[in-house]
Design a binder for this molecule. Structure first.
Ligand code: BTN
Length: 249
C-alpha cells in the first residue's frame, strides 16, 4: 500500500484498515479495540461521521480524509483527553499551507476550517483519535462555504491523500512519544506557535452560559487562559466552543 512505503514510524499506522464506506471510522475503531496500538482506520466516505459537541461531519465520496487512530496509552483519562492537541499539531504540520490551530483542535487556513479532530475514550485505556481533513472537495454547500475550505481550494491543485495521511502519521509518532513521556508542556511551544486563538478577543460558549475575554495563554495542561477585566479563567476543552468576536476564528 502506498501509505506504508512512505512511513518512517515504528508503530503508528503500521496496521491499516481501509474501507470504501463505513458509518464512522471512530465507531469502527471502537468496535475493534483488540487491534494493535497505532492501528489506522480509513474510509473513502462515512455515512454517519461525527464531529465535536455532537455535530455531524459530512462526507464527499473519495475526496477527503476520514481516519481514526486506535491508541492504547497507559496514562490517566485526563491525560488521554489531551491527545487531541497532539493530533492538532501533527495535522497542522502535515497540511502545511500556512494553516493554524484554533484552540483546541480546529485546523484553519485564514478564517476557514480545513480539518477537525474528535478524540474519544473507549473501554479500558483506549483512545480513538479521529481526524477529518478536507483535501479535494472543491465546492462546499451554502451552509459551509463561509466556514470551510480544502487543500485543493487553497492550492488550486489535486492533492494526493496518501501523502497527507503518511505525513500526518510521521509527524504524529514523535509528538505522541514526547507527550506520553514528558507531558503536554514539552509540546506547548510547538502548539502555541501555531495557535491562532492566542491574543484574540473570544466568546467562550458553554452549554448553558457564555462569557467573553481575551485569550492570553495555554497552560502546561493544554487549557486556554482567558482574561476578563484582569481576572484569568481556565477553559477546559470538553464542552466548550470558542469563537472569535468577529467570526469563527
Ligand atoms: C470536529 O471538528 O467537530 C471534529 C471532526 C472529526 C471528524 C473525523 S472524520 C474521521 C473520524 N470519524 C468520525 O466520525 N469523526 C472523525
Amino acid at each position: 500500500m502506498s501509505i506504508t512505503n512512505k512511513l518512517t514510524t515504528q508503530f503508528i499506522g503500521r496496521n491499516i484498515k481501509w474501507y470504501k464506506a463505513i458509518d464512522s471510522t471512530n465507531a469502527e475503531a471502537k468496535r475493534n479495540t483488540d487491534m494493535p496500538h497505532g492501528t489506522l482506520f480509513i474510509a473513502d466516505m462515512q455515512t454517519n461521521g461525527r464531529g465535536r459537541l455532537g455535530r455531524e461531519w459530512t462526507s464527499n465520496d473519495g475526496k477527503d480524509i476520514f481516519m481514526s487512530l486506535l491508541l492504547k496509552p497507559n496514562v490517566s483519562m485526563e491525560k488521554i483527553s489531551k491527545l487531541t492537541l497532539v493530533a492538532g499539531i501533527a495535522a497542522a504540520k502535515a497540511i502545511g499551507l500556512g494553516c493554524g490551530i484554533k484552540w483546541p483542535n480546529d485546523i484553519v487556513i485564514g478564517t476557514k476550517k480545513v480539518c477537525g479532530i474528535l478524540t474519544e475514550l473507549s473501554n479500558g485505556n483506549n483512545a480513538i483519535c479521529g481526524i477529518g481533513i478536507n483535501v479535494n472537495t472543491d465546492v462546499f454547500g451554502n451552509e459551509l462555504s463561509d466556514k470551510a475550505t480544502s487543500m485543493r481550494i487553497e492550492t488550486g491543485d489535486f492533492v494526493n491523500r496518501e501523502e497527507v495521511i503518511a505525513g500526518f502519521l510521521n509527524e504524529f509518532e514523535p509528538l505522541y512519544e514526547l507527550f506520553i513521556n514528558e507531558g503536554f508542556g514539552a509540546l506547548k511551544k510547538n502548539y502555541c506557535d501555531m495557535c491562532v486563538t492566542l491574543g484574540q478577543e473570544v466568546n467562550v460558549i458553554y452549554p448553558n452560559r457564555s462569557f467573553t475575554g481575551r485569550a492570553t495563554d495555554i497552560n502546561d495542561d493544554g487549557e486556554l487562559i482567558v482574561e476578563t477585566c484582569g481576572k484569568d479563567t481556565t477553559v477546559f476543552s470538553g464542552e466548550v466552543s470558542v469563537r472569535g468576536m468577529l467570526g469563527y476564528i
